[in-house]
Write a protein that binds this ligand. Structure first.
Ligand code: PLP
Length: 219
């Protein structure tokens, strides 16, 4: 199937899931995850109207997105992979949403860069809902304290929470936990759900889903 056809298919599955969850139409936005695909493989999705994209590496993104963003001014680029503080300047310059604020050092580096560049990407805090040692993210129990720290100490606006449930577990409880934490922290946005589980995430209140392989094919 072509990228365009697969994109349409994912959008229609999102619309169906919204209806089944009694969510309003358009409540869930699609972040098309284009990591490992080059600009020419991304273009068909842009031509079909997709404007929100996700990437997990700053350096890879710098190779393909500045040109595409000049060409299509309304593209919204999300960083969905771990950020090193020595890449904070590049990330603030290129991304419109950074979903992976996951420790104090990164929050500080982003606050400094946002001040220096006068550019304010929207920010999400990544939560390690499964407490997996190899995975980034704030432990669930520390999320509210961390969000408050970002707000009061650093003056950052935290717009949402993001999670990647453990691959081998039922994702539902992880999505439910993220939704509960968002309510506790007073944040509106929930980035959760990927190709294999985005309909479940929509049931649990996702406001955006990050879908890669179902649109662009396997990596
Ligand atoms: C790659 C990636 C996705 C997309 O995964 P698919 O299974 O290809 O849909 C979503 N979120 C994050 C954080 C990713 O790194």
């Amino acid at each position: 199937m072509t990228t365009e056809k697969q994109l349409k298919d994912v959008l229609s599955r999102i619309a169906t899931a919204e209806r089944q969850a009694n969510r309003s139409s358009g409540a869930v936005s699609l972040v098309a995850v284009s990591k490992t695909f080059d600009a020419d493989q991304i273009r068909p999705a842009i031509a079909a109207g997709q404007r929100v994209f996700g990437e997990n590496r700053v350096q890879e993104s710098e190779g393909k997105w500045p040109g595409l963003k000049r060409e299509f001014a309304d593209i919204e680029l999300h960083l969905i992979g771990p950020l090193q503080s020595n890449k904070a300047a590049e990330a603030v310059a290129l991304f419109d949403v950074i979903e992976t604020v996951d420790r104090e050092k990164i929050a500080r580096a982003l606050a400094d860069e946002m001040m220096r560049q006068g550019r304010k990407p929207r920010l999400y805090v990544q939560v390690n809902t499964g407490l997996e040692p190899q995975k980034a993210g704030i432990p669930p129990k520390e999320t509210a304290t961390f969000v408050t720290f970002c707000r009061t100490e650093l003056g950052l606006t935290i717009e949402g929470l993001m999670c990647i449930p453990p691959a081998e577990e039922n994702p539902g409880p992880h999505f439910a936990l993220l939704a509960k934490l968002a309510t506790e922290c007073g944040v509106e946005k929930l980035s959760m759900g990927m190709s294999g589980d985005f309909e479940t995430a929509i049931q649990f209140g996702a406001t955006s889903v990050r879908v890669g392989s179902a649109i662009f094919g396997s990596r």
